[in-house]
Design a protein around this ligand. Structure first.
Ligand SMILES: C[S@@+](CC[C@H](N)C(=O)[O-])C[C@H]1O[C@@H](n2cnc3c(N)ncnc32)[C@H](O)[C@@H]1O
Length: 217
């Protein structure tokens, strides 16, 4: 446990953040409470340089009326941008951490984003209220426990032509969770194939993360 905490602290120090709110990112059951503190980390403007959010969103090829799910939305780094890009659509910002859901709902209200809806998901079910055109997972895939049934069930929540985009840290990335917690793109592709998906594209412009886009077969 102590070694885990030290590893997590080193990651946060590498990211230029205080280890005071260190997590243990290689475990699937650690909490993300304290959303205001996490917001400083997730929504740090310096992140844009390597996260390239506008390029990511462009690569999702969203219609202005698309229904989108950002699963593991955290404090809304992507969900808020997605809501701006789909003014006639809906963005479901799903998280399993109640404090993140509270923060997302407050942020949507504060920023006047009526099309951004915070959703309390469970580890087994994102509880999407409707079928969606796109599902985005950013730095979340490695937190999901029983992935095959999770993603198999998610197929039923996709509209025809719907896509699931998975972005997560590569093993070579100088930032991210401990290397032992990371998944490889090959592992994701194999697991997603077993869950009934085919890889349709893999944009390669992100310096620290792989980006894989799947469709249900
Ligand atoms: C590393 S943060 C990423 C946040 C956000 N996607 C971003 O890029 O800023 C991971 C988030 O996923 C949430 N999470 C973990 N497991 C989840 C699951 N099974 N379903 C939905 N959210 C989950 C956590 O509570 C946390 O807010």
């Amino acid at each position: 446990m102590l070694r885990s905490l030290l590893a997590a602290c080193m990651v946060l120090v590498a990211l230029g953040h205080s280890p005071a709110f260190a997590q243990t990112p290689h475990r699937h059951d650690h909490g993300f409470s304290g959303a205001e503190q996490w917001a400083r980390h997730f929504d740090d403007p310096a992140r844009d340089a390597w996260q390239r959010p506008h390029q990511v969103i462009q690569a999702l090829a969203l219609a202005p009326n698309a229904a989108v799910a950002d699963i593991g939305a955290g404090t809304g780094y992507f969900a808020v941008r997605l809501a701006h890009m789909t003014p006639q659509g809906r963005v479901y910002a799903v998280d399993t951490e109640p404090d993140m859901v509270r923060y997302l709902a407050e942020r949507a209200k504060r920023e006047g984003l009526a099309n951004l809806i915070a959703v309390a998901g469970t580890p087994r079910d994102p509880r999407l209220p409707e079928k969606v055109d796109r599902v985005l997972f950013v730095d979340v895939y490695h937190h999901i426990g029983d992935r095959e049934p999770y993603f198999r069930a998610l197929r039923e929540r996709l509209k025809p032509g719907g896509e699931v985009a998975i972005i997560d840290f590569t093993r070579a990335s100088p930032i991210g969770p401990p290397v032992s917690a990371r998944v490889t793109p090959e592992q994701v592709r194999d697991e997603m194939q077993r869950a009934g998906y085919a890889l349709v594209r893999s944009p390669d412009f992100l310096p620290n993360q792989f980006f894989l886009v799947f469709r249900a077969q």
